[in-house]
Design a protein around this ligand. Structure first.
Ligand SMILES: Cc1cc2nc3c(=O)[nH]c(=O)nc-3n(C[C@H](O)[C@H](O)[C@H](O)COP(=O)(O)OP(=O)(O)OC[C@H]3O[C@@H](n4cnc5c(N)ncnc54)[C@H](O)[C@@H]3O)c2cc1C
Length: 489
């Protein structure tokens, strides 16, 4: 009797365990048919979607070719604007729930994160818990550290590298056979640097260790200019801004003759007397500029989207503040850079939404002034002339100056240490045929000016615009999007 009871209990326990295992597998194999990227330009229909929560989930998936058909592609925030997130009939490994910051080492000042940690949460945690920061602080807060480690990133940073990859000291990834591989910048520099150029095609990043520094506020001077006579005047404003400041971020709309500049200074004493008086309003200025940047980036055009709440669109309050106000007044604000690192809201097809494309010029040191001047003026004039002929122009160009650390062996931002110049057009409708036609023409032109492009940040690329050496890919991970760029080493 006791034996029968025990057997019955054992069977029951066994069945319950099986059921729990089944439920767990079902919950990690998310069957929802498709996923889209943030600006809804791309939709993908993978055979399997794995919502990874542990490194074990990632290794199990990579090792199981039946449940997780080749290719296996990791994604984070799906904030990329190209078809790099597309993997129809393959396996999509969603890393966004592997979002824990694991540790901070007081001695080395390094922080270790799971791959799905977003830039915004990393910035906030470092500042609030340790009064630390990283030099890479672009407006995009939703990007995951796993993606930024192995893809392209850029920021007009102050006093430090402007690419995320340059801050990584070590990482762990899951290779094609499910092995967990550790790479360390000090110990295996060559393999480490090669892996960081792989766009995830050599393995799935699961943990990243990043160097940090003491958090310091900077001074930003923001102003706008309108009625510009042409490329010469616009370039002159940008050049003077660069000579004065430690770095600048500029937005220019050639067809409107408008330029908005952010001069960034480490030295807070550069702050002008008037702005000390206005310092009382500092939180107001910061929040207005923060919101202005948010709306411009979210919708690809300042205050344009009909869905803006609080009737901001109708009232034009922010437009007045953001544009008219800054034509007359240069605003000095002192802030941590991460205040402008935003999280962007989900969008609908009815809304205006940012699209952009990226052109990277790794400028040689002795060539800096002349090459930047040439590219700036040529692009400005091209956009203006295009507008004159067709009536179309992109909403504007974002201009970055990125401090290049000089240790990247392949692709964009490679070459010796120096400055990389970027002049990226942006648009508020990813589906626009006019936008596509413009970018395709600009791709050819900028390629001839030796621009480098990126499979995660440059739109409408052909295999002439970007090449990936074979040593950077493994077939277990190689999706059609990346496969079209692979060349013999
Ligand atoms: C509104 C907006 C503003 C932006 N501004 C900037 C900016 O100022 N500066 C800048 O640098 N970028 C900017 N970007 C681009 C964005 O930062 C990059 O595209 C970034 O890579 C997106 O990160 P993600 O986690 O969303 O990657 P996803 O889009 O999810 O993935 C992109 C690719 O990364 C790879 N990948 C992702 N996770 C992993 C992993 N764990 N292991 C291996 N490979 C992986 C895969 O190849 C994948 O296809 C902006 C994007 C938007 C939408």
């Amino acid at each position: 009797m006791v034996l029968a009871f025990t057997n019955y209990r054992a069977v029951w326990l066994f069945q319950t365990a099986l059921l729990l295992l089944f439920i767990q597998i079902q919950s990690s194999l998310d069957d929802s048919a498709s996923r889209t990227n943030w600006n809804l330009a791309w939709e993908t229909f993978p055979a399997t979607i794995v919502q990874a929560q542990t490194i074990g989930d990632v290794t199990a998936c990579v090792m199981d070719e039946n449940e997780c058909p080749t290719p296996v592609l990791a994604v984070g925030g799906m904030r990329s604007v190209t078809s790099c997130i597309v993997n129809d009939n393959g396996t999509l490994v969603d890393m966004s729930l592997m979002n824990r910051i694991l540790s901070y080492d007081q001695n080395t000042g390094t922080v270790t994160c799971q791959a799905g940690v977003t830039l915004k949460s990393l910035h906030t945690w470092l500042l609030e818990e340790h009064n630390r920061e990283i030099s890479f602080s672009p407006e995009i807060g939703d990007a995951s550290v796993g993606s930024l480690a192995v893809t392209t990133s850029k920021d007009s940073s102050v006093n430090g590298p402007g690419t995320f990859r340059s801050l990584i000291t070590s990482l762990r990834y899951v290779s094609h056979n499910g092995t967990i591989v550790s790479l360390d910048r000090e110990l295996d520099d060559e393999a480490f640097q090669v892996f960081l150029c792989s766009f995830g095609m050599l393995g799935i990043v699961v943990e990243v260790q990043i160097e940090t520094r003491e958090a310091r506020q900077i001074l930003t001077r923001v102003y706008a200019r309108r009625g510009l006579s042409g490329a010469d005047e616009a370039y002159e404003i940008m050049k003077i801004a660069r000579e004065k400041a430690d770095n600048v971020f500029v937005t220019v709309a050639p067809h409107e003759g408008v330029l908005v500049a952010e001069e960034r200074y480490q030295d807070l004493s550069q702050r002008r007397f008037r702005s000390h008086i206005l310092g009382f309003f500092k939180p107001l200025f910061i929040s207005l500029i923060q919101r202005a940047k948010f709306y411009t980036i979210q919708h690809g055009h300042p205050f344009s989207d009909k869905s803006l709440d609080l009737r901001l669109h109708d009232l034009g309050i922010l437009d007045t503040i953001g544009k008219q106000f800054m034509y007359f007044l240069e605003v000095d604000i002192v802030h941590y850079r991460s205040v402008f690192t935003n999280l962007y809201e989900p969008l609908t097809l009815q809304q205006e939404r940012l699209d952009f494309t990226m052109y990277v010029y790794d400028i040689a040191e002795n060539d800096e002034t002349s090459q930047i001047e040439f590219i700036f003026k040529d692009t400005y004039n091209f956009a203006k002339e295009w507008h004159r002929k067709t009536g179309y122009a992109p909403k504007g160009f974002n201009i970055y100056f990125v401090n290049r650390s000089g240790n990247k062996p392949y692709g964009e931002f490679s070459g010796p240490p120096g400055v990389t110049f970027l002049m990226d057009p942006y648009e508020n409708n990813p589906e626009s045929i006019e936008w596509r036609t413009f970018v395709e023409a600009l791709n050819v032109r900028q390629r001839n000016h030796r621009a480098k492009m990126s499979p995660t940040q440059s739109r409408f690329l052909t295999s002439a615009d970007f090449q990936m050496p074979k040593e950077l890919v493994h077939e277990r991970f190689l999706t059609p999007h990346y496969a079209k760029f692979v060349v013999d080493s």
